[in-house]
Structures are given as structure tokens and as C-alpha cells.
Design a protein around this ligand. Structure first.
Ligand code: Q46
Ligand code: ZN
Ligand code: ZN
Length: 314
């Protein structure tokens, strides 16, 4: 297979785009596409300060790389979850982020959950019995809170995550199977949050996972291959496998499913389920972050109960 642009040997064939590219042309194509999506969805402008949430994986480090190549001011945020599970997952993912930042002279903010909150994510999950033996519910809640806090305290305009098309389509598929209209209304490449929260953006949302993986590989980015050990058996992985089978039979299925959804959303299909002006959020009385009910937010309630249980069991 030859590169469409120069006839050298192609490193990737993107059947859904009917496009094969060599290494150098593919390394240009990914930032070009990303810039197009940034502009199309009005994610941010060159003078805005971006915080990229990095996990040490190919998507988030690839995104950080692309944003700095495009000339944006982007710092990294690594959240140490304290997940070991025999594989040293958190230690290794942190190491990948550090290597990446140091080799490029970039600013990496590191927040260790156990240091700041007094317990690692698995410890907190087992103390609160939240999430039926899996720490994902405490983890998601905690990551969201810390990202918002760091973005707010650091004066960042935008919070960028490395979600790729496969991630977005798996979420969309799950929400569609359940007709979760509220979630469908909120799934978007850009989340404009009021109440002092940073805007959330996903500049890789139209890139297949295969493409972000190839980018990291061709670009020589060192990243952690393993997924978090708690991701095993997640429904989202089952959806991804199902969608991969559909994509193999009909290239472009995932992209057209996602784009058709965005069009329908744009045309107001879920407008009735969006947050309206009447759904004003409250400020958490403890941390000040927005919350749907008056009083403490879910993060503060969860971590207060973790600390109380630690005292009881001490
Ligand atoms: S939520 Fe669950 Fe992930 Fe947290 S515990 Fe691991 S799998 S990292 S996106
Ligand atoms: Zn080429
Ligand atoms: Zn709070």
C-alpha cells in the first residue's frame, strides 16, 4: 500500500477515509485534523490556557504532544490514584507522564490522591462500599473534582481529555441502548460549563483509537500499554468489541454513528433534556464546586465518610 500524498510505503490505511499515508504524512495529518476539530467545535483559541488530563496512555500523551506541536499553551495534570493491583499501574503511568514532560520541558502538575485526601482510590472504595467492589465510581467522582479544582485554582480556561472516537462511540452506544436522554443531551466534543467551571473539550473525539495508537507509535511516544486493572470486564469494553466487529464489516460505522448523533443533537433532538436556565446549580458548602442539590457535593460527602470510617477502624 502506498501513501496517497507521496507514493512512499504507507504505515496506515484508514479505510473509512479511503486514505493510506506514510509515517511523515500521517504525523502531519493528525495535528491537521485535530486543529480542524478544535476550530469546528470552537474548543479554544491560541491565547487560552489549556490543562490536559494525562494518564500515561497513548491518547492523553498523544493529545498533549499534538497540542504543543500546534503551538497551544498546554500544561499536564496527572492524578495519582494509588492503583497497584500487582501490576504497579499508577507508578508506571506516572513514570510515563514524567518522562514525556521532562523530555519536552513541559509543566506537569501531579496530585496524589492518597497524600491529599488521606486514602488511595482502592482504599476509599473498600471503606465506603461504593460501586460494588469496583473503585470506578469513587475514582470517576474524585478525578472530576480534582480536574475542576486544579483548572479553577490554576486559572486554566479549558480542560482537555484524550477521549478518542472509540471511547465516545462506546458511551453513545450504551446511552442509546438505555435511551438515557439526559446523558445523550450532554455528550458533546465541548461542554460549556457555567458556574465557574472550566470548559471541557475532547479534541481527539473524531480520531479512531487505531489512529491515536499509530500516532504515538510513529512519533516514538513512550506510553503505558496496560489499561487500568479495574477496567477489565467493564461494559464499555464489551461495547467496544461489539462495535469493532461492526466496523470490520462496514468501515466507517463508528464515525458515521457519532457524526449522525452530533447532527441530531445539534438539530435539537435532545434539547428538552438539556440543562435549562431553570436548573441552576448550587455551590457545595464545603469546597465551593457546583452541585445539583444544596449542601455538600458528592465528592465531599464521599471523602468525609472515608475519613470517618478510617477513624472508626483505626
Ligand atoms: S475509573 Fe475505574 Fe478507570 Fe479509575 S479505577 Fe481504573 S478503570 S482509572 S477510566
Ligand atoms: Zn507520504
Ligand atoms: Zn464539595
Amino acid at each position: 500500500m502506498k501513501c496517497r500524498k507521496c507514493s512512499n510505503k504507507a504505515v496506515i490505511n484508514m479505510r473509512h477515509h479511503k486514505l493510506a499515508l506514510c509515517g511523515p504524512h500521517f504525523l502531519d495529518w493528525i495535528p491537521d485534523q485535530t486543529q480542524r476539530f478544535i476550530e469546528k467545535y470552537r474548543m479554544f483559541s491560541p491565547d487560552e490556557k489549556i490543562l490536559v488530563a494525562v494518564s500515561g496512555g497513548k491518547d492523553s500523551l498523544g493529545l498533549w504532544d499534538v497540542l504543543t506541536r500546534l503551538g497551544y499553551q498546554a500544561d499536564g495534570l496527572y492524578i495519582g490514584l494509588g492503583i497497584d493491583a500487582g501490576s504497579g499501574y499508577s507508578a508506571e503511568s506516572q513514570r510515563m507522564c514524567e518522562i514525556f514532560a521532562e523530555s519536552r520541558g513541559l509543566e506537569l502538575i501531579k496530585i496524589d490522591v492518597a497524600n491529599v485526601e488521606g486514602a488511595s482510590i482502592p482504599q476509599a472504595a473498600s471503606l465506603t462500599h461504593r460501586g460494588r467492589g469496583k473503585p470506578c465510581s469513587v475514582c470517576g467522582l474524585t478525578k472530576r473534582h480534582i480536574m475542576n479544582r486544579v483548572a479553577r485554582d490554576g486559572g486554566y480556561d479549558v480542560l482537555a481529555t484524550g477521549h478518542n472516537l472509540d471511547d465516545e462511540v462506546a458511551v453513545l452506544f450504551g446511552n442509546t441502548l438505555n435511551w438515557a436522554a439526559g446523558y445523550l443531551a450532554r455528550q458533546s466534543p465541548v461542554l460549556e460549563f457555567k458556574d465557574g467551571l472550566a470548559r471541557k473539550v475532547k479534541p481527539f473525539c473524531r480520531l479512531y483509537e487505531r489512529e491515536t495508537a499509530a500516532y504515538a507509535l510513529v512519533r516514538g511516544i513512550e506510553y503505558i500499554y496496560e489499561e487500568c486493572p479495574y477496567a477489565v470486564g467493564a461494559t464499555s469494553i464489551y461495547y467496544k468489541e461489539t462495535l469493532n466487529r461492526m466496523e470490520a464489516d462496514r468501515p466507517g460505522t463508528k464515525l458515521s454513528f457519532y457524526l449522525a448523533f452530533l447532527r441530531a443533537r445539534e438539530e435539537g433532538l435532545f434539547a428538552a433534556n438539556s440543562y435549562g436556565a431553570g436548573d441552576a446549580l448550587h455551590s457545595c458548602i464545603k469546597c465551593g464546586q457546583p452541585t445539583s442539590a444544596p449542601g455538600q457535593c458528592a465528592f465531599c460527602r464521599t471523602w468525609d465518610s472515608v475519613r470517618q470510617r478510617q477513624l472508626v477502624s483505626a
